[in-house]
Design a protein around this ligand. Structure first.
Ligand SMILES: Cc1ncc(C[n+]2csc(CCOP(=O)(O)OP(=O)(O)O)c2C)c(N)n1
Ligand SMILES: [Mg+2]
Length: 681
């Protein structure tokens, strides 16, 4: 492994500060401490010499993260650092229960929305929550919905999303969304009630060691057993979640800590020894990267979700236009670079475009920005981009050389890395250096025009799912936020909607969590109430979390949901078609099991289900009706709308690189491989 560069004059960053591990990493002392239910006693006192208040330049709280904002400017935080608690005009220090301190602290970090469900262990927190004028609590129907809603909120706004649950089953229901947020580096804070401290470790009623359970899927987690630690821990949790590489942080609070009385004051000194995310790239590494860029003849900008997290889209565009280098945007980076831009080759990976996949494979230099060489992008790793040198910039040093060795590693915030690269390259250009990329640009253009994304209309006249999604994108337009479930519909939504702005595409990329779309769309709409929010969901996914439509209807969260109803677990069925000899084991959802049921009977009838939830429900089965129902949905703003699009069962997602095979073996349709043409170098 090449050495990871150290920032100028700063401490080296280790995995223990990020929670991410390299392949051989042993648990850090902090991890071990984190696993101990007694770790609070190991914590140095808040007034220990190393404890320091956050510097004024990096205030704690929502909307203040240096690299967390996407899309339009986030709503202002309800309170800023330095203001008095909201609940009452109060002196610097007030007597408060731990539960009140929790609510005050949430107000002070700017958390104005909490998604959650109460229960015994978290009950003390719900009492002062009732008095808070600053925090809107949204009562969800399942904790998984709370977690994904927090993620959707965070993705849509760049602020920290917050979810809350009780101990035991409430907390374990948060595990999936926490893992989801971890994989996609989303800043959320999950607050859970824990049984009283004297019961911890006794298998008490509704006890689950949620901090132990979530060690591998949180950026950091805390178990709090003292009232006096609650406010500081909330401040730290928001700071850790939103700085450096964003991620989920869990705060598990014992019930007796919430019931005890303490002194609340703000701001709180932090106790985060060793947590110093590096944002400034090393100048020498940037110069080395610029040198490789000036020497490359077949370079590609390989752009990941970190560019969106770093709010670096404008810088990316400037770099791309300055250099003329073609751009690919991963599933997590859709919207980071405008789809209409002539240098954009689209999405790489398993269902990427031929041009994007081909460009990576034939490149002599990849400038990888905020991306992690995921297996869905690289295909068989040892055949990925065989002739390319790698510049890899990421805020998390644990990502660098994790999967593919970096020739030039750069640790830093993508916005700063790109800005520094621009400065160096611009200076070089002024000296007359201008690499000739004309041949390469012509080559990738020819792949793009020869192998555009496309689909066939079903021969039986039924609806093509791709057509439905394409029409939603055209009618709802590029200002809309699109939130996808997981499956074929997700890939088509990534392919057939044009994303022109960062933050307009929200999906579960890393974990691939079915059930993500409805609650995440709910959270996105709460965070961006003025935006139009469409969930593009599958009939399988929708059945996992659609109960949050009740939440949406009751809370006036007017999302639009398009169910791409192919009657099956379509993506799994596609693999059965291709790799299991068309043996469809347990992928047919049996929605229309004629003749056992009368023709036209659907289980469930999504339109009726929507109506039962207080939403508008519409069904569409004909291409001729597609625009009309989408426009009808666009005209409804006072309640959620669900559109049930009955689409062809056998449509498949193309292009495709079969799992475990080389990107070189990409097929743009069944059995059809592209002819790469051009020079093989
Ligand atoms: C929670 C969860 N369970 C199982 C899977 C495996 N899986 C991936 S896609 C898929 C099918 C999704 O079906 P549907 O929502 O109807 O989408 P379609 O592929 O038909 O568009 C399944 C079962 C998953 N990703 N997540
Ligand atoms: Mg389906």
């Amino acid at each position: 492994m090449p050495p990871t560069p150290e920032p100028d004059g700063d401490v080296p960053m280790t995995e223990q500060m990020t929670g991410r591990k390299g392949p051989d990493a042993a648990p850090s002392p902090r991890d071990l401490a984190a696993r101990s239910p007694h770790r609070d006693s190991a914590r140095p006192a808040a007034d220990a010499p190393h404890a320091a208040a956050p510097p004024a330049s990096s205030p704690v709280g929502n909307g203040t993260a240096s690299n967390g904002t996407v899309g339009p400017a986030p709503a202002p935080a309800v309170t800023g650092a330095g203001e008095a608690p909201r609940v009452a005009a109060s002196p610097a220090t007030v007597r408060a229960t731990g539960a009140q301190a929790l609510v005050y602290a949430l107000e002070r970090v700017g958390a104005n929305v909490v998604f959650g469900i109460p229960g015994g262990a978290i009950l003390p927190a719900y009492d002062p929550l009732l008095d808070s004028r600053a925090i809107r609590h949204i009562l969800v129907r399942h904790e998984q919905g709370a977690g994904h809603a927090a993620t959707g909120y965070a993705q849509a706004t760049g602020r920290v999303g917050v979810c809350m649950a009780t101990s035991g089953p409430g907390a374990t229901n948060l595990v999936t969304p926490i893992a989801d947020a971890y994989m996609d580096s989303v800043p959320i804070v999950a607050i859970t009630g824990q049984v009283s401290s004297n019961l911890i470790g006794t298998d008490g009623f509704q006890e689950a060691d949620i901090s132990g359970i979530t060690v591998p899927i949180t950026k950091h987690n805390f178990l709090v057993t003292k009232a006096g630690d609650i406010a500081r821990t909330i401040g730290e949790a928001f700071h850790v979640a939103s700085t450096g590489r964003p991620g989920p942080v869990l705060v598990d609070i014992a019930k007796d800590a919430m019931q005890a009385t303490t002194d609340f004051s703000w701001p709180v000194p932090f106790d985060l020894p060793g947590y110093h995310p590096v944002t400034r790239p090393h100048a020498r590494q940037v110069r080395e990267a610029a040198r490789l860029i000036s020497e490359a003849r077949r370079p590609v900008l390989y752009v990941g979700g970190g560019v969106i997290k770093a709010r670096a889209s404008a810088q990316l565009r400037e770099l791309a236009e300055l250099t003329g280098i073609p751009v690919v945007t991963t599933l997590m980076a859709r919207g980071a670079f405008p789809d209409k831009h002539p240098q954009h080759l689209g999405m790489p990976g398993m269902h990427g475009t031929v041009a994007a996949v081909g460009a990576l494979q034939k490149a002599d230099l990849l400038i990888a920005l905020g991306t992690r060489f995921d297996d869905r992008v690289t295909g068989k790793l040892d055949t990925f981009a065989p002739g390319a040198l790698i510049v890899h910039a990421d805020i998390d040093p644990a990502e660098i050389s994790k999967n593919r060795r970096a020739d030039v590693p750069i640790v830093g915030d993508c916005r700063e890395v790109i800005a520094d690269l621009i400065a160096v390259i611009r200076a070089d250009r002024e000296q007359g250096q201008r690499p000739d990329l004309a041949g390469w640009q012509a080559q990738v253009d020819s792949w793009r025009t020869t192998y555009p994304l496309g689909y066939d209309s079903p021969a039986d006249g039924s609806l093509a799912p791709q057509y439905v999604i394409e029409r939603i994108g055209k009618i709802a337009g590029p200002e809309t936020l699109y939130v996808a479930g997981v499956g074929q519909h997700q890939m088509w939504a990534a392919q057939f909607i044009d994303y022109e702005h960062p933050g307009t595409w929200i999906n579960s990329g890393g974990l691939g969590t079915m059930g993500f779309a409805v609650p995440a769309a709910m959270g996105a709409k709460v965070g961006r109430p003025d935006a139009c929010v469409w969930a593009i969901d599958g009939d399988g996914c929708f059945q996992m979390t659609n109960q949050e439509l009740a939440t949406c209807a009751i809370e006036g969260i007017a999302i639009k949901v398009a169910i791409i109803n192919n009657g099956s677990l379509g993506m799994v069925r596609q693999w059965q078609t291709l790799f299991y000899n068309e043996r469809y084991s347990n992928t047919d959802l049996g929605a229309t099991d004629e003749p056992k049921r009368p023709t036209g009977t659907r289980i469930p009838d999504f339109a009726k289900l929507a109506e039962a939830y207080g939403c508008e429900g519409l069904r569409c089965e004909e291409a001729a009706d597609v625009d009309r129902v989408i426009e009808r949905a666009m005209s409804i703003d006072d309640r959620p709308v669900v559109l049930d699009f009955i689409v062809h069962k056998d449509a498949m997602v193309w292009p495709m690189v079969a799992a475990g095979t080389s990107n070189n073996d990409i097929k743009f349709a069944r059995g059809l491989a592209p002819d790469w043409g051009g020079r093989e170098e």
